[in-house]
Ligand binder design. Sequence first.
Ligand SMILES: [Zn+2]
Length: 139
Amino acid sequence: MANNIKLSPKHGVNPTIPVCAWCGEPKNEIALFGKIDREDSEAPKNCILDYVPCEHCAEQWSMGVAILEATTQRPEPYRPPMQQDKGVDIYPTMRMVVIRPESASQIFGQEMSAGQRILLEDTAFEQIFGEALRQQGEQ
Ligand SMILES: [Zn+2]
């Protein structure tokens, strides 16, 4: 893609700084969008381009089981889906928890180990972790 970037007449290479999809921190990268669409829109300042966790998040995840909230509603333009399930696009909401493997095994009824990830549909995520996350936020 980078080799045949189509320059934007208005915004040139039209750069954006990719951010970590999980904590929102900017990554040490620049992405060049060039001409994005018919209207020649300016690229957003920051953009989630992939779901590779930054170093900080990867380290956190490795300590337990990462439960990632997912939704089928595209949260913003240009956001790529994380995966497709039977033709339906799945997007993470950026809410997540990292819990001990023993707790995860209990909740999901199967043996889980550190470093595993689970995409959990938003309604279920809210039911299981919503309250705990809000309490954490208040402290
Ligand atoms: Zn991160």
